[in-house]
Structure formats: C-alpha cells, structure tokens
Design a binder for this molecule. Structure first.
Ligand code: SAH
Length: 246
C-alpha cells in the first residue's frame, strides 16, 4: 500500500527541516517538489529516488494545481513512498489541503508533516518576534495576492486597525496597494514595516521602513519575500542576530 507524505520543507535554512521530514525524504521512492523547497534537501534522498519538479517560476505556473494533484496520484499508484515536498508548511498557503482532498477522493493514504513556515521563521531570522508582550498579542498571516482594490475582499481589512502583527505572504507585487490601504484605514504613515527576502538563507535581505516609504525602499528586493507590518518590527534594532553572523 502506498502512502503520500505531504511534507513541509521549512523556509530555506536546511537545518530547519524536521526530523520526521528528513526520515521520509531518506525513504522516498519519488519526491515531488516545488520552487520554494531548498533543492539541497534532495541530496538526502536514497539512490534511485525519482525527482519530479512541479514548481512555479516567478508567477509563471509550470503546472496547474489540478495537474499537480494528478501527478501526485499517479506516482502513488507506481511507488510505495511518495514525498510531496513543499516550502515552509504544506497547509500555510501551500495548497496542501487541496492535494490531501484529492488523495482522499482517490482512496490514497496520506500523512501530513508540518514544516516551519516562513511566516514566523523569516521574521525570527530578521530579529522580529511576531508577538511580544506589551506590543502585539496576536499575529495574522494573510495572502497579499489579492488586490486591496478588489470590490468584495475576502480579507478582513477592518480588523487590521490594532497594533497586532500582520504578515503578508505573496504580497510584494501588491505592496503599493497594501500600504495605501492600511494608511486609509487609519494607520500612521510612519507605521513600521519590514520586507524580508529569502528569509533564513544566506541571501536573506531585510528592508525596514514605514508604510509611506517601504515601496521605494524595497523596490529591488528579490522574491520570495514577505511583509511584516507592526510595532514588533521596531525590535529588530536590538534583536537582529542573523545577518553577518558567520
Ligand atoms: N507554505 C509556505 C508559503 C507558501 S506561499 C510557508 O509556509 O512558508 C509563498 C510565499 O511565502 C512567498 O510569496 C513569500 O511571501 C513567502 N516565503 C516563502 N519562503 C520565504 C522565504 N524564505 N523568505 C521570505 N518569504 C518567503
């Protein structure tokens, strides 16, 4: 009987892979991976393991999600141990839920191996705690993919008035609209924002600014990148530990 492991690869730093993920990667007959999973992880696979790339290149989908679901299923018919390796955590904007539902429908057994999401770990490597006593009592992880100009938004913008932390994933291209929208909601133009690119890797870049100037300051930052909005960003001054930490 075959089994599919919907596996989180962590955010980039290979040492943030879980022990469980490493075990199934070593046992896998095939690994189906995407762009955000650090490719160095594949070196841990046994000899003879097959690799299938189903990633996206800068917004250009190599393969639609329906086809990815089918690739996973077809591999499960051929192999005993199938690892579906996804960047960060498979259920945090990873479409892992859709893949799991497809496998369920097809009668294929699956396990979910959570991964360390970039939403928390990239800020941590930038010296930004997503919650902090007296500063932020909660954090939200929000898709930045939807334009704030959309008429009927699924994003509860009205809830973003507090000082609680907001982490936008997939939002860099929408940053001008996101910062404008937050100012319209009443946040001060000098409210702190950080953009973190390639978080937890040796290429990590962190740009700190305000709602008013972050677009200009982060203009040339490469993806993947996420946006942190909140007073917690101010803690980076004291808590930054990773960059230049050789
Ligand atoms: N499942 C993933 C997120 C997938 S959505 C996770 O849990 O991390 C893809 C988005 O994640 C990117 O657009 C970017 O906003 C963010 N992201 C992923 N890896 C990142 C990294 N190393 N540094 C900064 N942002 C990252």
């Amino acid at each position: 009987m075959s089994r599919v492991y919907l596996t989180g690869a962590g955010p980039g730093d290979i040492e943030l892979l879980t022990i469980k993920a490493l075990r199934v990667i070593k046992e896998a007959d095939v690994i189906i991976y995407d762009r955000l999973a650090n490719p160095d992880i594949l070196e841990e696979a046994k000899s003879g393991c097959e690799f299938v790339y189903v990633g996206k290149e800068d917004g250009r989908h190599i393969m639609p999600q329906d086809d990815i679901n089918e690739v996973i299923y077809q591999n499960a018919l051929k192999h005993k141990c199938v690892v579906r390796l996804k960047g960060g955590d498979p259920f945090v904007f990873g479409r892992g839920g859709e893949e799991a539902l497809y496998l369920l429908e097809k009668g294929i057994k699956f396990d979910v191996i959570p991964g360390i999401t970039s939403a928390i770990s990239a800020p941590a490597y930038a010296g930004i705690p997503v919650t902090h006593r007296g500063v932020s009592v909660s954090f939200r992880v929000v898709t930045g993919h939807e334009s704030p100009n959309k008429k009927v938004s699924q994003i509860p913008w009205e809830n973003f008035k507090s000082d609680d932390t907001i982490v936008f994933l997939m939002g860099l291209h929408n940053l001008p609209r996101i910062s404008k929208k937050l100012i319209e909601l009443g946040k001060a133009p000098n409210y702190p924002v950080a953009v973190i690119s390639k978080g937890t890797t040796k290429d990590q870049v962190v740009v700190v600014g305000t709602l008013e100037n972050i677009v200009k300051k982060s203009k040339d930052v490469p993806t993947p990148a996420l946006i942190v909005v909140g007073r917690v960003v101010e803690l980076r001054d004291q808590l930054k530990w990773f960059e230049g930490n050789d």
